[in-house]
Ligand binder design. Structure first.
Ligand SMILES: [Mg+2]
Length: 188
């Protein structure tokens, strides 16, 4: 039985492979931009583009989130449905401008990505409360914040979080493994 039933689930690199779409935008700025498998630090853009360019590329992806080529991971729909069926209240929380809410809503709806709330901001860790059972995210910073609040933290494994994998959260290869981890933890 779940004591606190809130699940806070990220979008980018959690429900879909944002990094590839982002890389396509970064290549428009500098065709020598390193490929995502080499993104081991958040400041990877240094030497390839300006910080402003970097964030405009983020926005370029979010502006067309509902593009037909932007697909969720194959396990994403069932992952959210399974959370719902196990009694979770799901907040989908993305680090992005609320200006892209419409595009984000269309994308979630189009792909049957069920949720109870949608939170778009640059301070999602403020959502973590005593009622939060699990945070699913790829950002080591976000995951560490969850751990510090005593919340279960987990996400997909990437080059940019691999080095932080021992900091109290668990990283997995796909959403099915994450779901099994959540269920197992709660049945222990
Ligand atoms: Mg993310």
């Amino acid at each position: 039985m779940i004591k606190n039933n809130k699940a806070i689930v990220d979008i980018d690199n959690t429900l879909w492979h944002f990094c590839d779409a982002f890389y396509e935008e970064l290549r428009k700025i500098n065709k020598n931009f390193p490929t995502p498998d080499r993104w081991t630090h958040w400041d990877i853009w240094q030497g390839y583009c300006t910080e402003a360019d970097f964030y405009s590329a983020v926005n370029a992806v979010h502006l067309k989130q509902h593009d037909d080529n932007y697909l969720p991971y194959p396990e994403a729909q069932d992952f959210l449905i399974n959370l719902k069926e196990n009694g979770y209240h799901i907040t989908i929380a993305s680090h992005r401008s609320p200006d892209y809410r419409k595009q984000t809503e269309i994308w979630l709806e189009k792909h049957g990505l069920v949720h109870d709330e949608l939170h778009l901001s640059f301070h999602k860790t403020q959502l973590f409360t005593e009622y939060t059972d699990v945070v699913v995210d790829d950002s080591p910073h976000v995951l560490e914040k969850a751990v510090n609040k005593g919340v279960m933290a987990t996400g997909l494994l990437f080059p940019w979080n691999r080095d932080y994998a021992d900091n109290g959260f668990m990283l997995f290869r796909n959403l099915n493994e994450i779901f099994e981890h959540i269920l197992k933890r709660n049945s222990d």
